[in-house]
Design a protein around this ligand. Sequence first.
Ligand code: F6R
Length: 611
Amino acid sequence: MCGIISYKGPQNCYPILLNGLKRLEYRGYDSAGIVSLYNNQLLQNKRVGKVQVLEKEILSSIKINSNIGIAHTRWATHGKPSNENAHPHLDNLEDIAIVHNGIIENYSSLKDFLLKKGFSFKSETDTEVIVQLISYFINSKNLDYVDAIYAALELVEGAFAIVILNKNFPDMLIGARKSSPLLLGIGKSEFFFSSDASAIIEHTNQIVYLEDHEMCIINGDTYEITDFRTRESLEKIVDTVHLEIEDIEKGTFDYFMHKEIHDQQRTIINTISGRIDNEHVLLNGLFPFWDNIVNSSKAYITACGTSWHSALIGKIFIERFAKIPIIVDYASEFRYNDSPIDSSTCVIAISQSGETADTLAAIKKSKELGATTVGICNVPGSSISRETHCGVFTRCGSEIGVASTKAFTAQIIILYLLALKLAQSKNSLSKKEIVQCLDFSSLSEKISKVLIKEKNIKEVALKYCNSSDFLYLGRGINFPIALEGALKLKEISYIHAEGYPAAEMKHGPIALVDKNMPTVFLVSKDKSYDKILSNIEEVKSRNGKIIAITDSDDEKLSKLCNDIILVPQSNEFVFGILSTIVLQLFAFFIAVEKGCDVDQPRNLAKSVTVE
Ligand code: F6R
């Protein structure tokens, strides 16, 4: 979703802000803008479309040099994507400029109030009311600048991360957050505000993560962080962020998604390493709350989208290995429903970004009700990783492609390890069984064998790229994998696809099957093999096209299918990882063939920071 980058320091802000905006593109956006202070005036450039459009406009104008500026990528919520609705927004006097992520829920009543006071509005956004409100407090109520911001923040309701620039205070940049991410970057005599570290990592790795209700006032060479409710100063820790530039660049690939699919051969090793010691699983981040987790009377896993699919796999393994019943719920539902949560409940939240608004709200609610909360996140320093009592990082590096790939395989590995660690504590599996389950020795090699076959996967994918609907079917853990495969295809190629448990097909979806409808079957050579063959026969006898992803080279299967993608023989869990990678590549090649914007699919945002 929207991205913020701001700069104050000795350098020209434009290259820094434009580069930062490009780094934020992955979050999803429809317009971009920059305001800087130039010749004592606020200089504004805003454009609907890609950052490159804005960059072209800026580079074609007179050579601008400014040491302070704020910039934004907007993902429309209030008001369509347009130049007027793009951020930054200015007050009527054009003294103050603001960028904002989040939603101001009471903007309509604030707008009515300001209209009555004679203010006029240029945009349809909720953001513009904040800057006009600050102006109102300065000019009608004679508050000084900082007090005017405090007064405005007392009135606005909802979620926000904001950065404000005032032409009358050329040495100041002010940022504040509530339920939307914002961090302060500290360089050599220079400061940055950003939605995430990737936008500023070329300049500094010294970061202060702002928490809810915190405001940071940069003034000259110093900064102060306050609680904007009490206006008291706060002591904050400066963190060193470990983020590699290669991780946020495409390298030799044309698309981030393609790179990140390939990354998995390496990232799964990062996810696992240091977490297995002979027959022991070490998830040290959980240690302080382990007794609460093991002894909890109820356990939930909550997440959204792809992370929710991981949760379904986590449920299967935790129930199987540790015999603990698990309820999986969408975070957007869980946050409002009446699940019986109390101090004996454990709530596990899964999130790649660690910023998903619904998942964060589900965690906050669970904590309020006394539950022990566990985060499985990819981004260190993210809101969910800080809000949960304890957690485990997936350690798969920055995921820039909007469609989640390597985060999914990392999440399911962590959940699998968690299931085994719980089994250890519960004595529900023997040592021998645990050692067998922990054998990942050939995983990376098997992934490489799948990646080497991508040409073959592409050939199969291209045969079906003109189909308008797909079914994805699997049993056991292959059902959530089917859901994930269908989601990948949907979100990047805009082709309708649905995942089902294979046997559920008879209860409705089979009505869709005809000669035009491809069905992707996940066929692992396990106890459900014969049953899934029967499901394939059912589709075949209705002239449906069948694509099987399998580790079985059985002739009977190949006769039934139009296309087979063979992966190395594996146990059920490893088959899940390998077939996920095939499905990611399958969706990727179809989307590229269709000319879709694979890394930034329409309407989607990487980090869904609004409800
Ligand atoms: C799909 C996808 C989304 C996210 C969802 C949750 O490819 O990326 O469905 O999985 O928005 O995001 P996180 O995991 O960041 O909470």
